[in-house]
Design a protein around this ligand. Structure first.
Ligand code: KG4
Ligand code: ZN
Length: 333
């Protein structure tokens, strides 16, 4: 079965072809980052309009790359939510129209399920069950994953997401948008230990997170006269990854599971990967990541999650989007 995946939830148009027999065949991404950078953040209306321009050309591109005609498709998966309503509607309406025209079923995919299953696209994928640390721009969650659609929330952020903490700190330091990767790059040239930042909820005894206090502490430090940006960036990254690594390890211990997967944009952070790759093996456990390009938003994870849910494929071409959607509401396919 050949599944076309369409991701348009935010500021990246991602399209991919996944074959249930032979795996990922091709994928393409158009990032709107340069367009939004001018405004210091994502402008939803501009995002929607740009997705309209990109989806069909990128679809043609992935079909050409795979050397397959449109008529070979078996189903079309699209991101149904969560995300920006207008941006989601672009992917949903194109998926429904293509489905109607080609008489193919369509599948609405949960964006976070896409992120969460992305490590399974790798050559040596983790077996279920596992703990998932989902760290994106809008979400920070620890999940116990028994199988596709079987997600039990272990803990989550009470306020800002980890990606948001990276982005907001970067903004306070004048690093522009998108802040996370820029801050991580600057941190490579800095040293920790020069600034004091809180590790919110590190010892809370549960698996929840809080990052809004960190932003306030960074804001106060940025008012100091002789600010060393690289050292502050290193400290911000250290504070965020300290808490993420500690809670992920606590989740492994609490669940007695031996596999951890890290997914979502912040999962691309090299310092987070370094810390987990050091801390997890001594526990008799293993940590798995998607490849870097599949940590941030992409079409491959949507095509793959769609392929896992082919039973849900639908030929009623009415479509909806869910700008807010709780992952724990999902059921097994
Ligand atoms: O998963 P994602 O692409 O989009 C959402 O679904 O939100 O995650 C984007 C988030 C942003 O907050 C971005 O700053 C962060 O991931 N991010 C990073 C890195 N790459 C992306 N944060 C820290 N270090 C990185 N290397
Ligand atoms: Zn995402």
């Amino acid at each position: 079965m050949l599944v076309l995946g369409i991701e348009t939830s935010c500021d990246e148009t991602g399209i991919a072809l996944y074959d249930t027999e032979s795996g990922l065949l091709s994928h393409a991404l158009y990032s709107q980052v340069r367009m939004h950078a001018e405004y210091g953040g994502v402008v939803p209306e501009l995002a929607s309009r740009d997705h309209i321009r990109r989806v069909l050309p990128l679809t043609r591109q992935v079909l050409d790359q795979a050397g397959l005609p449109l008529s070979d498709l078996s189903a079309i998966a699209y991101t149904e939510g969560p995300g920006l309503a207008g941006a989601l509607l672009v992917g949903a309406s194109i998926a429904a129209s293509l489905g109607f025209a080609l008489k193919l079923p369509i599948i609405g995919v949960h964006h976070l399920e896409g992120h969460l299953l992305a490590p399974l696209l790798e050559p040596d994928p983790p077996a279920f069950p596992f703990v998932a640390l989902l760290v994106s721009g809008g979400h920070t969650q620890l999940m116990r994953v028994e199988g596709v659609g079987q997600y039990q929330l272990l803990g989550e952020t009470l306020d800002d997401a980890a990606g948001e903490a990276f982005d907001k700190s970067a903004k306070l330091m004048g690093l522009g948008y998108p802040g996370g990767p820029a801050l991580a790059r600057l941190a490579q040239t800095g040293q920790i230990g020069h600034y004091k930042l809180p590790r919110p909820m590190l010892h809370s005894g549960d698996l929840n997170f809080s990052f809004s206090g960190l932003k306030t502490a960074v804001m106060l430090i940025t008012k100091q006269p002789a600010l060393n940006h690289a050292n502050l960036a290193a400290e911000v990254q250290e504070a965020i990854t300290d808490v993420l690594a500690a809670k992920a390890i606590a989740a492994l211990k609490q669940t007695n599971l031996t596999r951890l997967i890290v997914a979502g944009g912040v999962g691309a952070n090299a310092r987070l990967r370094e810390r987990l790759s050091q801390a997890v093996p001594p526990l008799g456990a293993a940590v798995y990541y998607p490849k870097l390009e599949f940590c941030t938003d992409n079409g491959a994870m949507i095509a793959f999650a769609g392929a896992m849910r082919l039973k849900h494929a639908d030929t009623r071409y009415g479509f909806s989007v869910k700008p807010r959607w709780d992952l724990a509401e999902l059921e097994a396919p």
